[in-house]
Design a protein around this ligand. Sequence first.
Ligand code: AMP
Ligand code: MG
Length: 320
Amino acid sequence: MVVPPTEENLERAAHLLRSGGLVAFPTETVYGLGANALKAEAVARIFEVKGRPTFDPLIVHVASPEMLFGVVAETPPQASALMARFWPGPLTLVLPKAEAVPGLVTAGLPTVAVRMPANPVALELIRQAGVPVAAPSANPFGYLSPTRAEHVERTLGSRVDLILDGGRSQFGVESTILLLAERPVLLRHGAVPLEVLEEVLGPVELQVAREHKPLVPGQLPHHYAPSTPIRLAQPHQVPPEERKRSGYLAFRDVPKGFKVVKVLSPTGDLREAAAHLFEALHQLDRLGLEAIYAEPVPEEGLGRAIMDRLRRAAQDPSRV
Ligand code: AMP
Ligand code: MG
């Protein structure tokens, strides 16, 4: 339902976000499809509603420096200077993530993308929700990014709990994304031009993905590289001797004979499975197992994105 951003509707939207709902809201770049960034199951709904066949890292939107400190593990001095100059505004910073941010938000990366949007409706919504808000553009996979509430209504409609109408997005292009590692690296051109960033930072390295080929997490600098080989297999396909030395990432049922088992969803719910996927992989990887076997999940809804991730991990473990 599309509603104007009255005091009452903002309160309702903020409450929806806090309690795990999905709210589409205006930002100065495009309309975002927001969920509580600290609740993995709420974030899983974003991927479900967008129908994305892959899990991409999301941008977390904050409304204050205090909220930022709940999302990132550290803010280098460079980050503070950039925030002072460009926030609120269309500059996204990629920084080391805080423990509290679920792996699904960052697609398993140790870093998180954050920004403070300049749209007053967005800021007020996030401030009232009191939680950081993970939000990609509010369009189904493969569609154009929405710059008006009616674009969201037409394509996502009732699958979103509420759509706040804030008029037309001012920029209509995505935010600029900057990774702050030892050196700043531009990951995406966007509404803040490179030249303007370079006035503050000096020369900035470019690692920009081509338009239709976004960087997958495994290609990003400082990605998480698990050391344990991962294979897709049903439990019975793994020889008993091998099971004793291996971990199993099960969809719903606990198989016998493995050294460790992590279950993604005891009820067989793909949303819950997606919410637990990255944490489960990280936990298994930390145990120094000989191998991790992963059970194929049904390839429907979020199952497609889960299988995409597991297949990539099985091909090349550095891509978990
Ligand atoms: P958007 O489509 O505007 O939501 O942009 C999300 C994009 O931000 C992703 O597709 C990534 O390219 C980028 N991104 C988000 N988080 C990270 C991260 N931790 N490291 C690098 N890039 C990221
Ligand atoms: Mg998008």
